[in-house]
Design a protein around this ligand. Structure first.
Ligand code: SF4
Ligand code: SF4
Length: 508
């Protein structure tokens, strides 16, 4: 733990926090170098005339995305969203109120794209595009995890996450990009995953997992990679290959496929479910990253594409893969059509690993020794992108019920956190949306406050000692911030970690 970072005190009865202006004015992620920027096609740095370029880009975006223009025009400053953001609650900085975050862009939009702002800027709070304004964008659009919680409470459905994405897109377009996200995107283009792990390293890890599982269970569970003709291609976050507790879920996926007799493979070309193109709001990057998955699927000739435990990856897969790459209906280019023909359309394309596992449980294809999880009292943290930007199964709310159903099938002791902190009202872990970087640790610790308060209540009240989640970023974030709130870092893990503990393999 960094000694100079302090968690805010947990509040027994959460109230609207007092305002501390500029409390987080110091917080900003490292700026991308010109090398990192140019490697993915963005300008290396701010150049003369950037102000005009930024305004032109804003004009392009409000022209292209009608939603963004509506968000700029429709806010009535009713205040319903103000205390709904975990970063505002944890930092008390008024610029972290969702409406204030939007206003950073709205003031510039008004100045250049509304008659009132052009003629009477002061009357309508319109502002010129200046370096001071751009610096505020850089700071506060990187204090939003694009979690969409505020939009649940807005009577007009204004989505601050979309505003943040547009803000970041403009920042990149003028050469003021974020090092963390843009460096990762470059690695995916070059190597295939966020961690920059080459194929041989992945193979070694997977062989090691096979040996570990054999030792633990006696079963020959395989963790195959680049197997042509496999039925399922599993696309999972690269953290699952190496990080703790992520790898325990990867072990669990393998056990599910083994127990159900489904042939499957990972891919060294598409060894990343995450897609940081969404975090920076850039369609071209989003598509280029996703195309690796289509190439791998076509080369391997698979029939199904299944996505592992990763929140924003599932959002991208569920909402965008159809038109981006042809997984699901809608893609119109020849390769998308070829992939649609190749995939078995009797299955949902793509399928979330939780949908696959729950379907197998319902059909009696998986059996569990639930008592193997009896040392755990479990709660479930809904990850933002799954909860508010996707679905699972065939009924509304499936994204909430299916992971919980799996936990209850694999374990005896399950407890819910407070209702206003779960399901569609879930609080972000504090590390999503491209802020999971060490220089933002202060923000991440403070942003975790509401989730930590809810966890403390069930830990003290009902003995909860394990928080399950289905997101690689949530797992990494909680592992880091739990100790700041007096919890053990290993009390977070995946739903398929619980599956892995209790699943019966073969005739066991
Ligand atoms: S999207 Fe989430 S992080 Fe961003 S302002 Fe809204 S509540 Fe805060
Ligand atoms: S809830 Fe919606 S309309 Fe009200 S202040 Fe927030 S963004 Fe504006």
């Amino acid at each position: 733990m960094a000694a100079d970072i302090k968690a805010p005190p947990l509040r027994e009865f959460p109230t609207i926090p007092a305002l501390v202006p500029d409390a987080m004015a110091h917080s900003m992620p490292y700026v991308a170098s010109d090398k990192i920027q140019e490697a993915i096609g963005f300008p290396g740095k701010l150049e003369e005339g950037w102000e005009n370029k930024a305004v032109a880009k804003l004009g392009e975006l409000v022209g292209k995305y009608r939603s963004l223009r509506v968000f700029m025009d429709a806010c009535v400053h009713c205040g319903a969203c103000t205390d709904k953001c975990h970063y505002f609650i944890g930092t008390q900085d008024p610029k972290n109120m969702p409406v204030a975050r939007q206003d950073l862009m709205r003031s510039v939009y008004r100045r250049y794209f509304t008659p009132a702002g052009k003629w009477f800027p002061k009357l309508v709070g319109a502002k010129d595009m200046t370096k001071e304004v751009l610096d505020d964008w850089y700071k506060y659009y990187h204090q939003c995890s694009e979690c969409r919680r505020c939009s649940v409470f807005c009577p007009y459905g204004i989505d601050t996450a979309e505003v943040t994405m547009a803000g970041r897109e403009i920042l990149d377009a003028v050469g003021y990009g974020q090092k963390y996200s843009n460096e990762i995107i470059g690695k995916v283009h070059r190597i295939g995953n966020n961690l920059g792990l080459p194929g041989p390293a992945l193979e070694d890890t997977l062989l090691g997992l096979e040996e570990d599982v054999k030792e633990e269970t006696g079963a020959d569970v395989r963790y195959p990679i680049d197997v042509k003709g496999a039925e399922v291609l599993l696309i999972t976050p690269s953290a699952d290959f190496f990080a703790e507790p992520h790898v325990d879920s990867l072990i669990g996926y393998g056990k599910v496929f083994h127990a159900a007799g489904i042939s499957w493979t990972l891919s060294s070309k598409a060894s990343e479910a995450g897609n940081f193109g969404m975090f920076i709001g850039n369609y071209d990057q989003l598509r280029k990253i996703a195309l690796r998955i289509r190439e791998a699927a076509l080369e391997l000739g698979v029939k199904r594409i299944v996505v592992g435990e990763c929140g924003h990856a599932w959002r991208v897969a569920y909402s965008f893969w159809n038109t981006l790459i042809g997984v699901g209906a809608g893609g119109k280019d020849p390769f998308a059509i070829e992939l649609q023909r190749q995939l078995d359309q009797r299955h949902k394309q793509p399928t979330h690993i939780c949908e696959l596992t729950w379907d197998l449980i319902q059909r009696g294809a998986l059996r569990f020794d639930k008592e193997k999880n009896d040392h755990r009292v479990i709660t479930f943290h809904d990850s933002c992108n799954v909860a508010r930007a996707s679905r699972m199964g065939n009924t509304p709310g499936g994204q909430f019920e299916i992971p919980r159903n799996i936990i209850r099938a694999a374990a005896n002791h399950y407890v819910e956190m407070a209702p206003d902190t779960i399901r569609e009202k879930t609080f972000c872990c504090g590390g999503g949306g491209g802020v999971l970087t060490d220089e933002l640790l202060d923000l991440r610790v403070k942003g975790a406050l509401p989730r930590m308060e809810a966890l403390r209540a069930v830990a003290d009240g009902q003995g909860v000692n394990f928080m399950a989640t289905i997101c690689a970023i949530c797992k990494a974030q909680f592992t880091k911030v739990l100790p700041y709130y007096g919890f053990k870092m290993n009390m977070v893990g995946g739903v398929h970690q619980l599956v892995s503990t209790a699943i019966r393999l073969g005739d066991q």
